[in-house]
Structure formats: structure tokens, C-alpha cells
Design a protein around this ligand. Structure first.
Ligand SMILES: Cc1cc2nc3c(=O)[nH]c(=O)nc-3n(C[C@H](O)[C@H](O)[C@H](O)COP(=O)(O)O)c2cc1C
Length: 382
């Protein structure tokens, strides 16, 4: 089964790309992930010059929470962009996969300089990062700066014909900023970067868990998935250029949701960073399984945007969730989740304890949400 997709003219063997960040400072992590189904990579956001202050690394730079989410206060490439020019780009290209060079969109002249340098060796696209959610506290928030975007697009579009992807993050102005990028010649929107700033405190010391001045970092991983999905759905419903979904993707089901919301492909960072490159294999296998079990879909293309015309109206009625008797073990986990007294345990045929849902159920689906995954005994009503 082929998992091919395209972002504009860029062909991908699977919809799974490695997103920009610390693990794409060099091609090493991608070279490990590629055999598992990762179909291309985005470099770390590169700047032409690294200021002496930025050569020092803030520590702690990460704080993992809930085992699947991350707060980070990274501030850009530590190694020279010339490493990519001299050998990094070639190493990725040798795999036959595309390389997308991420550039910091803050300094326009540097951004153009790097584009001209990379155009000489040829890369598949530029992803321009104007959305780091914590750098805004220190240097101004580009993610919502329409004036900066206009200057940026006019400059970069003037120097290259290579596809330009603009990377945005959640904001109240997301759709209008993305539309502006499209009108000024962007070839795709990537969304979302980290969301924030956010903060975590170590209660033993009362200090911020991150070493950055002010304590704020960008939130990534599972915690942001629903917001990222909403962003992709909004953008896909409005734009004519492709959207690349990013944020909190850990499973094949997450990827399928992103595709249904309208993404043409997806990028992952926190999942491979925390669980290793093998995450790509698990997801690719999960996608294959999904197609085997859902023969009405023949390709990734069939899934893209399926949800877009399904959210136009409020829904005012819904069936109750259903207990699947053979799977229910009477573990009582669901009992605590029912704030409306609609769930009880009964003994069936004098033996087995079973969850039973009464008519005063309001279809909140909390019971289905908390039922342990290994039992999966309550079918939600959506
Ligand atoms: C440690 C770290 C460093 C990152 N560095 C960059 C970066 O240099 N440029 C960029 O565009 N995004 C950067 N990101 C954001 C990721 O590319 C991605 O958009 C974000 O983490 C959301 O995806 P995820 O939930 O799969 O991690 C970074 C994320 C993390 C966690």
C-alpha cells in the first residue's frame, strides 16, 4: 500500500516529515528515522550569524511533562549553517528524500542571503520560521506581525523560485496572517510551531523549570494536539495552498485526523524526540492498517480534507455511549467519571460486574474517554 502524498509539487513517500528543532541541527537523527518511514526533514531554523550571547546554551532548556509533552526555551542554531551547505544537504539528498531548509525569518537580509546560498546547491523548499512562541517575549512577536510578513514575503519571493513554506503558530490572527502569506506568494503554510509561552515551576525550589530569563518556553507535544488540529482545519478551510500539520502527533490516528482536517502532510518533533525514531515505523504501520481495515479509502489523498464540510452546523442530538459487554471487566474506572449519576455497576447473570448507562446520560462521553485503553469497553457516541 502506497502512503504517497504531495505538498504542492513536492512528492513525499509518506506524509511523515521530521520537524525543525534541536534534533535537526544535523542530519543524524533523520538518517536514523528515514528507514522507519520518515519521508523528509526540515533543518533547524538557521541564522546567518549567531550572536555571541546565543552561543551560550540556556539550561535547563527542556522540561518534559505528562511524559508526552515538552516545554522548551531553545533559541536557534548552535552550529553554523555552512555545515548544511558543505555536507548536511547532500547527506539528506543521498537518501532520495527531500530536504526543507528552515530559516529564521527575523533578519530579512540574512534570510535572503541564506536562500541565495542554498539555491546554489539546490534544496526542495524553504520553511521560514516567524512563529517561535517564546522568542517573542525577548525579541518581539513575529507570528502576528502583518507588517513584517509583508516585508519578508516581498524580499524572499524576489530572490527565489524555490517553494516557500511559512511556519505559523496558533494566534487569534492565524487565518488572516496565513491568507496574507498566500497572497504574497507562499507555497504552503506549516502549522503549528510551539504554542505559548508557557511555564512550569519546580515546587521544591519555587524556581521556573526552564533557565531562560522570565521562565517562559514553548509548549509542544500531546498537550497541543487539539489546538494544532483546529489550526489546520481553519487554515485548510480558507486557503488554496497546502497546509502541513504539526503539533502533538504521536500515532497513526493523530496523522489521520490531521489529514482529515485538511493537511497534505505532517511534521513531528516531540514524539520522535521523546520516543525515538521508531515512532515513524509505528505510525506508518498504523496507517497501513487503517487502509487495510477501511477499504473505502484507497490513498492518503482520499483522506485529505474529509472533515472540512462536516462541521458547518451545530448537532443537537446524539446517542448515548454504549458499553461493550464482552470487553467490560467491571473495573469501575468509568464510575468516577460520571458526574451525572448515569452510570452504575450491575451484576449480570449473577456473575460479571458490568457498567450500565441510564437514560439520564447527557452523552458527555467521559466514561468512554477514561475507560482503560486495554479494555476499550465503552464506545463513544461521536
Ligand atoms: C526543542 C525544540 C526546538 C525547536 N526548534 C525549532 C526551530 O528551530 N524552528 C522551528 O521552526 N520550530 C522549532 N521547534 C518546533 C517544532 O518544529 C514543532 O513545530 C513543535 O514542536 C510542534 O510539534 P510537536 O508537538 O510534534 O513537537 C522546536 C521544538 C522543540 C521542542
Amino acid at each position: 500500500m502506497s502512503l504517497n502524498t504531495q505538498v504542492g509539487k513536492l512528492k513525499l513517500q509518506t506524509p511523515l516529515l521530521l520537524a525543525s528543532g534541536c534534533i535537526t541541527e544535523t542530519p543524524k537523527f533523520f538518517l536514523r528515522a528515514q528507514p522507519y518511514g520518515c519521508s523528509g526533514m526540515v533543518t533547524r531554523s538557521l541564522r546567518q550569524h549567531i550572536s555571541p550571547e546565543r552561543l551560550k546554551t540556556i539550561v535547563p532548556r527542556y522540561a518534559v511533562f505528562n511524559q508526552d509533552s515538552l516545554l522548551n526555551c531553545e533559541w536557534g542554531n548552535e552550529k553554523s549553517w555552512m555545515d548544511w551547505q558543505n555536507y548536511g544537504v547532500r547527506q539528506v539528498k543521498d537518501t532520495g528524500c527531500p530536504i526543507i531548509v528552515s530559516l529564521s525569518g527575523r533578519n530579512l537580509d540574512s534570510c535572503c542571503y541564506l536562500i541565495q546560498a542554498f539555491d546554489k546547491i539546490g534544496v526542495d523548499a524553504y520553511e521560514i520560521n516567524i512563529s517561535c512562541s517564546h522568542s517573542g517575549i525577548l525579541h518581539g512577536n513575529l507570528n502576528v506581525d502583518a507588517f513584517h510578513l509583508e516585508k519578508l514575503m516581498k524580499k524572499v519571493r524576489g530572490v527565489t523560485t524555490t517553494p516557500i513554506w511559512i511556519k505559523l503558530s496558533y494566534s487569534n490572527f492565524l487565518v488572516s496572517i496565513a491568507k496574507q502569506a498566500e497572497e504574497l506568494g507562499a507555497d504552503a503554510i506549516v502549522c503549528t510551531n510551539s504554542i505559548g509561552p508557557g511555564m512550569l515551576i519546580d515546587t521544591k525550589t519555587a524556581k521556573s523549570k526552564l533557565g531562560i530569563k522570565g521562565g517562559g518556553g514553548g509548549v509542544t507535544g500531546k498537550a497541543i494536539f487539539p489546538i494544532a488540529l483546529w489550526c489546520v482545519h481553519q487554515l485548510s478551510g480558507t486557503l488554496n495552498i497546502p497546509v502541513v500539520g504539526c503539533g502533538g502527533i504521536f500515532t497513526a490516528d493523530d496523522v489521520i485526523q490531521m489529514l482529515m482536517a485538511g493537511a497534505s502532510a505532517v511534521q513531528l518533533y516531540t514524539a520522535p524526540a521523546l520516543k525515538g525514531p521508531v515512532v515513524f515505523e509505528r505510525i506508518a504501520n498504523g496507517l497501513e492498517r487503517f487502509f487495510a481495515e477501511n477499504s473505502q479509502y484507497a490513498s492518503i489523498k482520499d483522506l485529505i480534507g474529509l472533515t472540512l464540510n462536516q462541521t458547518g452546523n451545530h448537532q443537537f442530538s446524539s446517542p448515548h455511549p454504549v458499553v461493550i459487554e464482552e470487553r467490560c471487566t467491571g473495573c469501575r474506572v468509568c464510575l468516577q467519571s460520571c458526574a451525572f449519576g448515569a452510570l452504575s455497576m450491575v451484576r449480570r447473570r449473577g456473575k460479571k460486574l458490568l457498567a450500565v448507562i441510564a437514560d439520564n446520560c447527557i452523552s458527555c462521553n467521559a466514561c468512554a474517554g477514561v475507560c482503560p485503553k486495554k479494555f476499550d469497553a465503552i464506545k463513544a457516541s461521536f
